[in-house]
Design a protein around this ligand. Sequence first.
Ligand code: HEM
Length: 73
Amino acid sequence: MEKTEKEWENPRANREAPLNFTDKDWQAGRIDGELLWISKNGSSGTAMVSFIPQVLTEYEAWHVILYVRSFGK
Ligand code: HEM
């Protein structure tokens, strides 16, 4: 089932600054597909814009997600 806008909201985010990708709780709370979804769709009302396919292909974005995951290790 599709998630609603509300379910995607992250109370830790201040809507302007990028999230802290080294936060282990944040890392644990998101599956890879959710990270790809945000990369594709952005998050409306925040500074997070969509960058697939304008900047990266989906294939390239998976590599960025692997890199983001490395911050949680
Ligand atoms: C390589 C660069 C970036 C990547 C890979 C990236 C990726 C992501 C991802 C995966 C999320 C979802 C986090 C979550 O809800 O669990 C996110 C959220 C967010 N990003 Fe980015 N981002 C990048 C750059 C930026 C920049 C430069 C900004 C600000 C100028 C930004 C602002 C935000 C904000 C405010 C959120 C929270 C959105 C919300 O709570 O709904 N991001 N980002």
